[in-house]
Ligand binder design. Sequence first.
Ligand code: GTP
Ligand code: MG
Length: 210
Amino acid sequence: MNRSVSFKVVLLGEGSVGKTSIVLRYTDNLFNDKHLETQQASFKTKKLNLDGRRVELAIWDTAGQERFRALGPLYYREANGAILVFDITDEDSFNQVKSWIKELKRMLGDDVVLCIVENKVDLEKDRRVSRQTAEEYAKLVNAKLYPTSAKFNKGIEELFSDLAHRMLEKVGPTSNNSNTSETIRRTGIPIQPTSTKEQTNGTTNKKCCQ
Ligand SMILES: Nc1nc2c(ncn2[C@@H]2O[C@H](COP(=O)(O)OP(=O)(O)OP(=O)(O)O)[C@@H](O)[C@H]2O)c(=O)[nH]1
Ligand SMILES: [Mg+2]
């Protein structure tokens, strides 16, 4: 029987781009029209079965407001995958993605699988960052671009599923002689979640240290 594999995924991006909405849509199929500013990073887990391989994702949602920016390394240091989110109606949020990518490349090299997400594609008429610009940039930095609408549940499943495949490809095949769980973790500062824990439809929500 194949081992199960655990990956850590982190969402980064400016405030209000839709990070929490993307995670909530994926894990609980929920959407909230209000912006409830994230104050404290937290993660949810999701179990997948990819081509017979059991995969568990720990998905970290971080706070996007500028005052939390310096805490980024706490969350991305051990990540296997990073989701950099911008809002297609907000050019500044695209510049923030570029800044995060620079930092991730500097701190982690090519070890992390990079996803750039252009969220809110339902607001196409207000688009300020062209698809072509985003695609060219993604190619340049060896990332992949994913258009999403958390509001209308577009591209969300595809984003996480493709990311999980890419992370699996990166770690390569592992031996088949055990059914024990294997956690793929980079070395770095371990994250110590506090005791806050909430169980929702097979997904777990834990808060951390922001
Ligand atoms: N039209 C549209 N609105 C969205 C979409 N995704 C999120 N929103 C809205 O955008 C606002 C911000 O969403 P959040 O998910 O709270 O943003 P965030 O990136 O987590 O923000 P911080 O926690 O402050 O970093 C909310 O009002 C959401 O309803 C989308 O795909 N389309
Ligand atoms: Mg949030």
